[in-house]
Ligand binder design. Structure first.
Ligand code: IPE
Ligand code: MG
Length: 222
């Protein structure tokens, strides 16, 4: 999700107004994904690098998370959406952390769509933790370093149990991955949209799906 700040600035509004509109767009994306039969939708809500923003903006983002979590929990239940988290949401404080955990537990049995929210997430940190886990197991003699394979790495990632990424959409015209799911996106189709995240809606989602459907995926074959 990128472009909230620019969306607000274009309208002469404070950045927080863009984040608020961006949160509404998440709901649209969730509905569009569920309607299209998507299994897992991962939303990059806050990166481990977003701490570089001002204290005010971080407080605004945290407040919005709390507000929308409270308000949308019923929507998740009604739409049969299972909430999952990756990253380190505990950094947002124990109160929000507990609320998030509660929402994860309350939606655990839902099967229509998995909404995976990346909060305080960074792909390099995730990969480093997975490598460290394997090193610790090897040192303890519990695994043979020679036997470490791609499955063993993937099992140590926070996305263990989720399928690899098929389609990665970035909004706002930026052409970067910005430390998002680097391992999981190895063969993802990349779609870059010029629209700002708050303007993302079902039509934009369907455009991205159409672009995806037009790609020939060869996974290194020919
Ligand atoms: C992305 O929008 C939202 C979050 C990081 C939560 P930005 O805040 O990056 O918006 P721009 O890039 O400044 O327009
Ligand atoms: Mg941005």
């Amino acid at each position: 999700m990128d472009g909230n700040g620019r969306w607000a600035t274009k309208r002469g509004l404070p950045r927080v107004a863009g984040h608020r509109a961006g949160a509404e767009a998440v709901r649209k994306a969730m509905r569009a994904a569920a309607d299209a039969g998507v299994e897992v939708l991962t939303i990059y809500a806050f990166s481990s690098e977003n701490w570089r923003r001002s204290d005010d903006e971080i407080a605004d983002l945290t407040g919005l998370m709390r507000f929308y979590l409270e308000r949308e929990l019923k929507t998740l239940e009604k739409e049969k959406v299972r909430l999952q988290l990756i990253g380190h949401p505990e950094a947002f404080g124990s109160e929000l952390g507990q609320r998030l955990q509660k929402a994860v537990e309350r939606t655990a049995a839902n099967t229509r769509l998995t909404l995976n929210i990346a909060l305080n997430y960074g792909s390099r940190a995730e990969l480093t933790a997975a490598a460290k886990r394997l090193a610790v197991l090897a040192k303890a003699g519990e695994i043979d370093p020679e036997g470490i394979d791609e499955q063993a790495m993937a099992a140590g990632l926070q996305t263990a149990g989720l399928p690899d990424l098929d389609l990665l959409i970035r909004t706002s015209g930026e052409l970067r991955l910005s430390n998002f799911l680097l391992w999981q996106a190895a063969y993802a189709e990349l779609v870059f949209l010029d629209i700002l995240w708050p303007d993302f809606d079902e039509a934009a989602f369907n455009d991205a799906l159409a672009a995806y459907a037009g790609r020939q995926r060869r996974f290194g074959g020919r």
